[in-house]
Ligand binder design. Structure first.
Ligand code: AMP
Ligand code: GLY
Length: 425
């Protein structure tokens, strides 16, 4: 069976690697904006094309005729790729454009939650002029400023972290207002963050193990926000700061979101819905929803997936999700190696090597991100370069294995966060 994976990052490398483990041995193809060396090694053929260019994707689909298309990133979802493919009878893992709006439009997401769920969110305001922003900031300075559209997780500014005072906040808000005409301001939530991703066909909703992602560039949660510097999960699929009751409460929120999105859009949500939560004193609250796997969180959960990945994805696309999904009862730790200067001015063109076979022999999974290949070396192309993942009986065990490996193999010019995961003493 031919399966096309769309996207070119470490997340898509992990999706392709999971599909390769299927006993049905699917024939893999990829559609990528930049050729990923890890994905290229797993696929029969690939096409280079813009992720938002639906016509180019359709051309490739017409040529290779896949029986299933699995979407990694949000860009093609926002461009309506699933709508176009389903119209042509091609089964997809990923929601249609109207459903993916839950990720693409943050003010829609907040209205949607208020309209349908009535709980699980911070106070928020959508403001369209600077004096209104200033009044809000003076009245309630503990807030977060968010541009309305997609920013790859890098547009959010938290008062007290990236913004030190109201003057700085107003300057940032002005830029957003000029670009988008409005800005979203939210009450700043305090607590631990976690990611809850589910597989769904629009009716059945199956949770994946909980994962914690680390967004800040530097150790101690300092520095600029990134797409995620690393992540971990525990053998019981919960997290040290989150018990079963709160995990269940978060799952209920995601389930209700799936059902209500489908009802409002008149179409089933088929794919992955990812709730990013803050565990507050009042229970879990949604920071955002994403219409796809998290990156790096995809690495953690796919590494543990024991049900045939092809069966899971095919059953989502067919609108008849399998009854249960099994995950190994192991912990995982994932760390990204990123170029010096990331995220603001990452070093591009830095050459490095990594003994993938040797690492694999040591129990380390390697997923390539923004790198190309030249003369047997990897070359940084800007964003997060490569993710390393280990498993173990506990996060401590997985971390110890990864620490040892990084001590020996960490390439010069790339940096990573040694403090992932932070675990209770
Ligand atoms: P987002 O792009 O909405 O996922 O936000 C990126 C990051 O900003 C999150 O992972 C949080 O660390 C932080 N953040 C976003 N919204 C809030 C909020 N309401 N309160 C506190 N932190 C937030
Ligand atoms: N790890 C955060 C994201 O994928 O959005």
């Amino acid at each position: 069976m031919k399966v096309l994976v769309v996207g070119h990052g470490a997340r898509e490398h992990a999706i392709a690697a999971a599909l390769c483990r299927s006993p049905s041995r699917p024939r893999l193809f990829a559609y990528m904006a930049t050729p990923n060396p890890g994905i290229k090694a797993l696929v029969e053929d690939w096409k280079e094309g813009d992720l938002g260019d639906v016509a180019s994707l359709l051309d490739y689909v017409a040529r290779i005729r896949p029986r299933l298309v699995v979407f990694g990133p949000e860009t093609p979802l926002a461009a309506g790729a699933v709508d176009a493919l389903e119209e042509r009878g091609v089964p997809c893992v990923g929601p249609k454009k109207a459903l993916a709006q839950i990720e693409m439009d943050k003010s829609f997401m907040r209205d949607f939650m208020a309209r349908n769920l009535g709980r699980g969110f911070p106070r928020w305001w959508v403001l369209s002029d600077l004096p209104a922003v200033e009044r809000r900031l003076r009245e309630c300075p503990d807030v977060v400023l968010k541009p309305l559209g997609l920013t790859g997780g890098k547009g959010v500014r938290v008062m007290g972290k990236q913004l030190s005072d109201i003057g700085q906040a107003l300057r940032y808000a002005q830029g957003c207002l000029e670009r988008d005409g409005a800005i979203l301001i939210e009450e700043r939530l305090e607590g631990e963050e976690f990611s809850l991703m589910v597989f769904t066909d629009g009716r059945k909703v199956l949770p994946m193990p909980l994962v914690q992602d680390y967004k800040y560039a530097y150790e101690g949660d300092k520095g600029p926000m990134t797409g995620g510097m690393g992540s971990y999960s525990c053998a019981d699929h919960l997290l040290p700061f989150l018990g079963e009751g709160d995990a269940e409460a978060a799952f209920e929120i995601v389930k209700e979101a799936v059902v209500n999105l489908g009802r409002e859009a008149g179409a089933s949500y088929r794919g992955i819905l990812y709730g990013q939560f803050m565990q507050t004193q009042d229970g879990p609250k949604v920071i955002e929803f994403n219409a796809r796997f998290g990156d790096p969180e995809a690495m953690n959960v796919l590494s543990l997936l024991r049900t045939d990945p092809l069966e899971v994805f095919s059953s989502i696309a067919a609108g008849d999700l399998v009854d249960g999904v099994r995950f190994a009862k192991q912990a995982t730790v994932c760390r990204y190696l990123v170029p010096e200067g990331y995220p603001e001015s990452p070093r591009v063109g830095l050459r490095f090597s990594l003994p993938v076979e040797e690492l694999s022999g040591l129990g380390v999974e390697v997923y390539f991100g923004s790198v190309s290949e030249a003369d047997g070396m990897y070359v940084t192309t800007g964003s997060r370069s490569v993710a390393l993942l280990t498993r173990g009986e506990s996060p401590e065990a997985a971390r110890a294995l990864l620490d040892g490996v990084l001590e020996r193999y960490s390439p010069p010019g790339l940096y990573f966060r040694r403090d992932i995961p932070k675990l209770p003493a």
